[in-house]
Design a protein around this ligand. Structure first.
Ligand SMILES: C[S@@+](CC[C@H](N)C(=O)[O-])C[C@H]1O[C@@H](n2cnc3c(N)ncnc32)[C@H](O)[C@@H]1O
Length: 220
């Protein structure tokens, strides 16, 4: 991830701004609701259950949706400041014992192999322009999840992706064609369960891929 963006997430002001980002206007609230509905569908398709990892959790935006499919959610993020925001936002769930928190990198998770039924990695790898950086995340998600990995990416095959490419628009995000994303994931024993779910084909690049965790590289 771009160090400037990461340092924003790792500041108190940046983390608290991110927590409010999806509430700032009715448009944002609507697109947030749609996004959470797609995450919900992805977890439904995955048949997610039991213990689920939410990494990076950011300010805990996805956690209540994930919890609808889980007995317990571990919220992990590299930013202490984001974890603080998530702790505040999810305090009642934490008090009920449904959620715990951990400062950790998605590329080097402190959990044992197969700790979770499902690992969710939402809105991280599109910030990673470097294939090696993404590979470390795929490897860790595949290692800590026993059954499923749900991971979002910027889908370069969408209308918006094609349009931006045609116009030579400079993109801060690192977009991938689904076949390339699947090939990167396959190197870690991740097999796609159907086509990625798209946030909304026209305006967004966000897509969510659901993987079955197989036996292969990284899980020997
Ligand atoms: C765009 S936010 C997404 C947060 C959350 N998934 C959501 O959709 O609201 C990106 C998050 O990734 C975290 N992050 C960046 N690099 C990370 C890494 N290597 N491991 C774990 N978290 C990371 C940042 O601190 C930030 O909270």
């Amino acid at each position: 991830m771009d160090p400037k963006l990461l340092s924003r997430y790792q500041s108190s002001t940046g983390a608290s701004a991110y927590r409010r980002k999806y509430e700032r206007s009715w448009m944002r609230r609507l697109s947030n609701r749609r996004e959470l509905a797609i995450v919900d569908r992805a977890l439904e398709r995955a048949g997610a259950t039991g213990r689920i990892l939410d990494c990076p959790c950011g300010a805990g935006r996805l956690t209540p949706t994930i919890l609808q499919h889980a007995e317990h959610v571990v919220c992990a993020d590299i930013s202490e400041q984001m974890i603080e925001q998530a702790r505040e936002a999810l305090a009642p769930l934490a008090l009920a014992g449904a959620v715990t928190f951990q400062v950790a990198s998605a590329a080097d998770l402190p959990m044992e192999d197969d700790t979770f039924d499902t690992a969710v990695c939402h809105r991280l790898i599109h910030h990673m322009a470097d294939r090696e950086e993404r590979a470390a995340v795929f490897a860790e998600m595949a290692r800590v999840a026993s059954r499923r990995v749900v991971i979002s990416f910027s889908d370069d095959s969408t209308w918006k992706g094609r349009s931006q490419r045609r116009r030579g628009v400079h993109r801060r995000r690192s977009a991938l064609m689904p076949a390339d994303m699947f090939a990167e994931a396959a190197a870690h024993g991740l097999r796609p369960m159907g086509a990625p779910l798209r946030l909304n084909g026209f305006h967004s690049l966000v897509a969510i891929a659901i993987f079955e965790v197989g036996v292969g590289v990284g899980r020997a």
